[in-house]
Design a protein around this ligand. Structure first.
Ligand SMILES: [Ca+2]
Ligand SMILES: [Ca+2]
Ligand SMILES: [Ca+2]
Ligand SMILES: [Ca+2]
Length: 373
């Protein structure tokens, strides 16, 4: 390359560099938007976007389009059933034996932590259950021992209904962390076992072979969403801070006039897909709450859960229904004897199948706090 050509090339190259430089962002050109302005715009845009993203969910939640038509008022005075449940509140203190925990029979009394069983959860300890009805609703009341240390009902509470009377639950109405004495649908869900695999081959009892069921798999009502927006409700009883009241529409459950009902309290183990718990876990995995069952004691993978026995509503049970509350069934050998009306007690320990209460002169029931009616 001679000098002239080199000079020309250098000039052209210099011109190109100037042109390129002028077209780069940040070059000193009055028509260009300053970089700081762009940055500010971007930041504002990002902030607006972020603000929109953050504020979007509350907007959706705070503006539900659910229009409720039918809201429960109060519970009927007349009860259709009552079943007490073991009160575990003094177990740790007195080192006494827990009653009512029989894994293989589908009965749980485990308002404690796993393995060490040294923490008691009063908000998960069912002590009494009630059922009542009016023309529209079935009401289940779960009375627990006491709210937790923060004075709240932190947990899940559920009604399980067997409307086909075969011992296999058909419906689970479950509520989470009830907090208000006003009826509401927040945290309320209804699940159905549409494919009827709850309970496996041996309803209520532990199956001989592992059950691969999906529990209550069909969500038919979710906090106001569903075919009936008013299907189920919850409140804390306005007259008793220890009682959770759950209302479910009869029409949603197929208008069954006869059914078996039991109730639950729990946390993560009270999961619709884990029913029946005594089919999904082995006895070895689940453990036992009763010290007398040495091989299985203490509670292990199935913990922080309580269940009540099954009450029969709308019909006279035979007494052979699986999981049924103990009912008064006189029998030939050591059956129930009416207490004498005069002084003294006509009953002895031999009169009672499940324990004798000499103070009140009555027969105890395994699943009943107090005496049989
Ligand atoms: Ca129980
Ligand atoms: Ca209990
Ligand atoms: Ca079973
Ligand atoms: Ca199922």
């Amino acid at each position: 390359m001679n000098n002239k050509n080199f000079r020309t090339a250098s000039i052209m190259l210099g011109a190109m560099i100037i042109i390129l430089a002028c077209s780069l962002p940040g070059a000193s050109d009055a028509t260009e938007v300053p970089a700081t302005a762009i940055a500010t715009d971007l930041a504002t845009e990002a902030a607006t976007e972020a603000a929109t993203e953050v504020s979007a969910p509350p907007t959706e939640i705070s503006a539900p389009s659910i229009q409720h038509q039918t809201i429960p008022v109060g519970l009927p005075e007349k009860r259709s059933g009552q079943a007490g449940d073991f009160d575990s509140s003094t177990i740790l203190e007195n080192k006494t034996t827990i009653g009512g925990d029989r894994f293989t029979f589908g009965r749980f009394e485990r308002p404690f932590n796993a393995n060490t069983m040294d923490v008691y959860f009063s908000q998960l300890d069912i002590v009494d259950t009630f059922v009542s009805e009016d023309d529209i609703w079935i009401f289940g009341t779960i009375k627990i021992q006491a709210p937790d240390a923060s004075n709240v009902l932190s947990g899940k509470y559920a009604l399980e209904l067997d409307t086909t009377l075969d011992g296999k639950g058909d419906w689970l109405v479950i509520v989470s962390n009830p907090a208000s004495t006003d009826w509401g649908v927040v945290g309320v869900q209804i699940f159905e076992d549409a494919n009827q695999d709850v309970g496996g081959e041996m309803p209520t009892l532990t199956d001989e072979h592992p059950v691969q069921g999906d529990g209550f798999e069909t969500l038919v009502f979710d906090q106001g969403q569903g075919d009936d927006t008013d299907a189920a409700w919850v409140r804390i009883s306005p007259s008793d801070a220890n009682s959770v009241e759950i209302a479910v529409k009869k029409s949603v459950l197929g208008d069954s006039k006869k059914y078996l009902i039991n109730m639950w309290a729990g946390t993560s183990l009270l999961d619709p897909t884990l029913f029946d718990l005594n089919d999904q876990f082995s006895h070895e995995q689940a453990g036992a709450a009763d010290r007398g069952l040495e091989y299985f004691y203490p509670i292990k993978e199935v913990y922080a859960i309580d269940s009540s026995c099954r009450m029969a509503v709308g019909y006279q049970p035979t007494g052979n229904e699986p999981g049924l509350c103990e009912v008064l069934i006189p029998d030939g050998d050591g059956g129930y004897v009416e207490p004498s009306t005069g002084g003294g007690c006509a009953l002895t320990a031999n009169s009672c199948r499940y324990g004798f209460d000499p103070v009140n002169c009555c027969c105890r029931a395994v699943t009943y706090v107090g005496c049989l009616p």
